[in-house]
Design a protein around this ligand. Structure first.
Ligand code: AGP
Length: 612
């Protein structure tokens, strides 16, 4: 994973690097470091977040107009100052930041040790910079040539920025499977793991392709070659100036801000897509390939984590409304199991970041096998978006909290519209049903606002339960994936062990866990599953479980069945996963808050998982 930010040009580089690293912390926040060239090299590294690095450099020399920085998610070696990037070579001449994994690092390290190289860190990245120096010195190569030749012997993935302190008028960059964007501006080059941090400086970006090496000079010239030394004419892409707001505003965390943004983000997702006049859903990505979508009999959805949960909801909705068979796969499994893909199958990749390594690999595999690929992503110009045959954006705006909230409800909203759209194309739905659903989706933002009003009730309930170390989330039908999502949310930010189950599965094993210390969150908002669910609640209550019932305002369920009740607005049943997930987000937020956890940056996690 890890985030890279670098600059070479006319401006002071350090503030650009720090600002960029803060925007890249979604890729990891175990440690951060910066190297600035100004006559001599100033190198600062600190375990922890970018702000710790900022404090550490306070009052130290940071001026210079060539610098690189890194925010790390540890793979090889514990989070520490000495494992933080940038790493230097044996002589101290080369300095490098790396995102990725060098798979044959042990072999290379042994080889280098035999040649007298010493190592100051436990990282695979340090091995790479040492290996490049070994090539450079042994064959008297320019840095660009040394990088090109060394990378031919490297197995694994990389995005690197490297400079030679003896020739500090250029930066060399290279990438394979990890993204690297180069921003072109009059004042210099901006290099980053994604285009976000550079979008306020330039609208012209080159996305380096795999196994390409670029040389960016301080005089504004640049060139790109591949590993075989062929010149590459890189394509310059236009990016839009980012209006994304990176402030928390009046909220104590990005997560809470993002939870409360949902009425607006859902509005954004639906506003140009609900075609009331024509009783239709406007999904350009589908309309442009209408025949393909009409003829498909099988859809495979791939994703990870929360996006996978959204995919499961998509499966329920698409099968029910459009009568198309849907399979939902963990991208990490799909990519390695030689899946059967038939002609006319459509593979849908779901991803907030658009950078998740497993989802990207699954998408590439689907492309190779000749499937039509369609992605539902949040981040514009992300790698997954760029590698898909077709794309629809979730339009939730930048999501910073590691726990996905507004992106999840955006994904589910988009999938709901997709299911209706497919049903229209396949003529499995009648116009009055379409009208009913369009009307209901139109009301969603207001109903989400209503669901957010449960905040204070939830705060009181969670205060009483936050010392429990386990929890269960139960739902049936469309609320089963929501239960999985609620459990994931709770564990990732509060470190409470939680599981999600289809309610009827309890008696096949998990019911053994129920006692007076087990809070059980039950999603009862879908009326069609209600009667069966009530029996499941009774089974839990009679075993002394603590029942927290999440129900619609107008549902009549005996209060005796529940220890606590959270009431949310009633919605059309196909939309219940969106409304039901709001209280679950608030439950995990308050649990993390009462337990004193870092809500936006939980331990061991990163927002975007760019390693497999
Ligand atoms: C969500 O709360 C998680 N942090 C995580 O499961 C996430 O959804 C997963 O890593 C997939 O990310 P993506 O949507 O960016 O591909």
């Amino acid at each position: 994973m890890c985030g890279i930010m670098a600059y070479i040009g006319k401006k002071e580089a350090y503030p650009i690097i720090i600002d960029g690293l803060k925007k890249l912390e979604y890729r990891g926040y175990d440690s951060a470091g910066v190297a600035i060239m100004n006559g001599s090299l100033s190198l600062y590294k600190k375990q922890g977040k970018v702000t710790f690095l900022e404090d550490f450099t306070d009052g130290k020399k940071t001026n210079g107009n060539l610098a690189m920085g890194h925010t790390r998610w540890a793979t090889h070696g514990i989070p520490s100052d000495y494992n933080a990037h940038p790493h230097t070579s044996q002589s101290g001449r080369l300095v490098m930041v790396h995102n990725g994994i060098i798979e044959n690092y042990e072999f290379l390290k042994t080889l280098l040790k035999e040649k007298g190289f010493n190592f100051k860190s436990d990282t695979d990245s340090e091995v790479l910079v040492q290996f490049i120096e070994w090539y450079q010195v042994k064959y008297a190569l320019t840095l660009k040539e040394a990088v090109r030749r060394a990378l031919q012997d490297v197995e694994g993935t990389y995005a690197i920025v490297i400079m030679d302190t003896i020739a500090p008028n250029k930066i060399i960059v290279a990438k394979k499977e990890n993204p690297l964007a180069i921003g072109l501006a009059d004042d210099g080059f901006y290099i980053a793991s994604d285009a976000g941090p550079m979008s306020k400086y330039t609208s012209e970006v080159i996305y380096l392709n795999d196994e390409e090496v670029g040389e960016l000079n301080i005089d504004g010239s640049f060139s790109v070659i591949d590993l075989e030394n062929n010149e590459i004419a890189s394509i310059v892409t236009s990016i839009s100036k980012s209006n994304d707001n990176y402030d928390k505003g009046s909220f104590d965390s990005y997560m809470l801000k993002e939870i409360f943004q949902q009425p607006d983000t859902i509005k954004n997702c639906i506003s140009t897509r609900l075609d009331v006049a024509n009783n239709n859903i406007d999904l350009k990505a589908v309309d442009e390939h209408k025949r393909l979508f009409k003829n498909t009999n099988r859809i495979i959805i791939v994703g990870c984590g929360t996006s996978w949960h959204a995919g499961l909801i998509g499966e329920y909705l698409i099968e029910a409304l459009a009568n198309v068979s849907v399979e939902v796969e963990y991208a990490s499994e799909f990519r390695y199991r030689n899946p059967v893909i038939n002609q006319n199958d459509i593979v849908i990749a779901i991803s907030q970041s658009g950078e998740t390594a497993d989802t990207l690999a699954a998408l590439k595999l689907a492309n190779e096998k000749g499937a039509f690929t369609y992605s539902l992503v949040n981040t514009p110009e992300s790698t997954i978006a760029r590698h898909s045959d077709s794309v629809s954006y979730i339009k939730a705006g930048v999501e910073i909290g590691v726990a996905s909230t507004k992106a999840f409800t955006g994904q589910v909203t988009l999938l709901t519209m997709l299911a209706i759209k497919l049903a229209i194309i396949k003529e499995t739905i009648n116009p009055s049903e379409v009208q009913k659903y369009i009307k209901a989706i139109h009301q969603l933002p207001t109903l989400v606002e209503g669901a957010l009003k449960t905040k204070n009730v939830i705060k009181k309930i969670v205060k009483k339960l936050s010392n429990n170390n386990n929890a269960l989330f139960l739902g049936r039908g469309l609320n089963f994936p929501v239960a999985l999502e609620g459990a994931l949310k709770l564990k990732e930010i509060s470190y409470i062990h939680a599981e999600g189950y289809p309610a009827a599965e309890m008696k096949h094993g998990p019911i053994a866990l129920i006692d007076e210390n087990m809070p059980v969150f039950i999603l009862a908002t879908n009326d069609s599953a209600l009667n069966k669910l009530v029996s499941n609640i009774q089974e839990i209550k009679s075993r002394k479980g603590i029942v927290v019932l999440i129900k619609n305002e107008d549902q009549i369920i005996s209060k005796e069945l529940a220890d606590y009740v959270i009431e949310i607005p009633k919605v059309e049943e196909i939309l219940c996963p969106i409304i039901s997930s709001i209280p679950l987000q608030l439950i995990s937020y308050y649990a993390a808050k009462f337990r004193g956890c870092n809500i936006d940056q939980p331990r061991n996690l990163a927002k975007s998982v760019t390693v497999e």
